[in-house]
Write a protein that binds this ligand. Structure first.
Ligand SMILES: Cc1cc2nc3c(=O)[nH]c(=O)nc-3n(C[C@H](O)[C@H](O)[C@H](O)COP(=O)(O)OP(=O)(O)OC[C@H]3O[C@@H](n4cnc5c(N)ncnc54)[C@H](O)[C@@H]3O)c2cc1C
Length: 395
């Protein structure tokens, strides 16, 4: 990306802020984050610092507490966050339900929920998937029946990230049967401490507790939490997914690559760990990854230019999601190869110093295992391929 003087001034402003606001602890939390996004305490701490600067939801309209940044400035901001090892923030509030409430909520709903999302006071969970409804989301069965001023919810949601920390949920529920499955779905927001809600942990292959299953037994939630019209939630659900798939990939991939180069240099300072042939192989692999990241960035730059011309994103988010996740997973494989036998130690990262294990080595297996999920969440890669194929065939 060629920077203009105005771009450089903006970038420097962001850098100055990050230099001051990001403590060593927060940067460490950013580096140690092998999951989808940062652990809750560090994530919330960082969110609140950004909120004080007015940057916790920069993509929102200014009237709701966002910024008037251009698409380039958003891209640069994201790049600086990655370069500075800022903890990646959970998108469920600012990136998912927030834009929905802005676009479809009543003024009363906007006043009720947007300030808590912006400040970090509220933490939201996404209730979309069910045990039998993931890719085929429109088949969802979690039921809500209107009863006076309330809906009564029965059913279950699964893979609910960070539900154990959340105090609010946005949820797709079935409010009518018959007709196409997309009809009869409604978008409801409510408090997660409502009686009748049970949250059970799901421990992932990496040993982390990020995911949950949420059960609803005769849960009475206020009907004032309905966004848009009853049975018209599918259009809202799809609007939200566009936001979920819209983030740039190249900045975080470059940041990972930078760390892999440093890990490789450190690993080969100890000749006992690898042979020279392996060193050459890994150097070539990192160079190859570098070229592939350049290709993703080129695609993102084209998307950025199209955005600046006011064109709709079209199929590009699916393309970058597919390429970005495959590359991200590939980088974690290289991380394990560089760490060699040290990747198998599986010690908690705070303990690795005492054992003489490099932090990157302790991180590598955790990142490798966690990133298997990247080609599943936010729409699996097979689904992205279907969308891309349908787009090409329709031309
Ligand atoms: C780490 C993680 C976090 C998540 N967080 C949340 C969350 O917070 N909230 C939430 O609601 N959900 C969440 N999800 C769920 C996620 O959205 C679903 O896992 C995803 O949509 C896939 O659905 P599924 O797991 O039911 O798999 P399925 O849809 O059953 O798919 C199984 C396999 O079949 C393939 N497949 C399915 N249909 C097709 C098709 N038409 N063509 C070709 N192949 C197909 C898929 O690609 C996949 O390989 C999360 C998932 C993960 C892994």
């Amino acid at each position: 990306m060629v920077l203009t003087d105005a771009d450089k001034a903006f970038r420097d402003d962001v850098r100055r802020f990050l230099q001051e606001a990001l403590t060593d602890e927060l940067r460490q939390a950013g580096r140690r984050c092998s999951g989808i996004f940062s652990d809750h305490p560090e994530g919330i701490a960082w969110h609140r610092l950004l909120a004080q600067r007015g940057w916790s939801a920069p993509r929102w309209p200014v009237a709701h507490g966002g910024t008037d940044w251009t698409p380039r400035q958003h891209y640069l901001f994201n790049r600086e966050l990655c370069e500075a090892d800022a903890p990646p923030l959970a998108p469920m509030g600012t990136g998912m339900v927030g834009p929905v409430i802005i676009a479809f909520g009543t003024p009363a709903q906007q006043q009720r929920w947007l300030p808590g999302i912006l400040s970090g006071q509220d933490y939201w969970a996404q209730g979309y998937s069910e045990p039998q409804s993931g890719s085929d989301l429109a088949s969802l069965q979690c039921k809500a029946v209107r009863d006076g001023d309330h809906y009564v919810i029965n059913g279950t949601k699964i893979w609910t990230t960070h539900a154990q920390y959340a105090n609010k949920m946005f949820c797709l529920v079935r409010t009518a049967n018959g007709g196409k499955p997309q009809q009869g779905i409604s978008f409801l927001c409510f408090d997660l401490d409502t009686p009748g809600i049970t949250i059970r942990p799901i421990i992932s292959i990496s040993g982390d507790h990020e995911l949950n299953q949420v059960f609803f037994d005769d849960v009475r939630v206020p009907a004032s939490g309905l966004i848009g019209e009853e049975n018209q939630g599918w259009a809202i659900a799809k609007y939200l997914l566009q936001h979920e798939r819209g983030n740039p990939w190249a900045p975080q991939l470059r940041s990972r690559l930078r760390r892999l180069h440093a890990a490789l240099d450190a690993a080969f300072a100890d000749p006992a760990l690898h042979g020279e042939a392996e060193h050459t192989r890994l150097r070539h692999a990192l160079a190859d990854a570098h070229c592939r990241i350049d290709a993703v960035e080129a695609l993102e730059m084209r998307a950025l230019q199209a955005h600046e011309r006011g064109e709709p994103p079209g199929i590009r988010p699916s393309m970058t999601k597919l390429l970005g996740t495959e590359l991200r997973q590939h980088l974690t494989e290289l991380g394990v190869a560089i760490a060699a036998h040290q990747s198998h130690l599986r010690v908690p990262m705070p303990d690795c110093e005492g054992l003489g294990v490099p932090e990157e080595a302790a991180f590598s297996m955790s990142a490798y295992l966690n990133d298997r999920a990247a080609s599943i969440y936010a729409g699996t890669n097979e689904i992205q391929r279907n969308l891309i194929a349908a787009d090409i065939l329709s031309r």
